[in-house]
Ligand binder design. Sequence first.
Ligand code: CO
Length: 234
Amino acid sequence: MCKEHQQLEQLIANNQQWSKTCVEKDSEFFHRLAAQQHPDYLWIGCSDSRVPANDIVGLAPGELFVHRNIANAVQATDFNCLSVLQYAVEVLKVKHIIVCGHYGCGGVQAAMGTEELGLADNWLRQIKDIYVKHKADLDNLRFRDQQINRLCELNVIEQVGNLAKTKVVQHAWQRGQELSIHGWVYSICDGLVNDLQVTTDNLSQVDSAYHLSPTDGATRPEIATAVSCEIPKK
Ligand code: CO
């Protein structure tokens, strides 16, 4: 048997042991899970293999709905993330959304550099924009590691804001649904989460330019398409 195959065999063996242990601890565990999931939390985290969502916060299967991508980004054009968000908020009715970045994030570091990586450059463009927006403040930090870690925090804060700008979140608040968005950064060095204290739970915390008023077809405002071709006289 080749080495790679043996590695996968080990994973299957691990899985069988895990399943057995779960049933030994709680004979109804899988029956209950199979029937329904009732998570109170949506986790939006980095894909980094050192940041295992459930383990960090001590939650069992069924207790955390998870979306992960490079550098825990929430982009308005990402149907994957938006679909997860909509399902979590409108169907599962989670009460909390946690954006959890991590210090030393490779995606954040890459966004600070100019090296071409390929497809990921497009994904990281938004993180680069955050870097440029805060570059003057970041440059004041003496060490590169400090700059990277601060940008990890600023990125999380920006993503919390991005979530609050979505229709899904704003409609939930308009319906009176209890929903708060939290920004955390996890440290791989000590396993501890740093709460950035940017919890957002209502529309008044969002710049009014981003407020979306619900409309149906009948009340949808007409979008002006007429263009004035007159050149203003000096
Ligand atoms: Co990362």
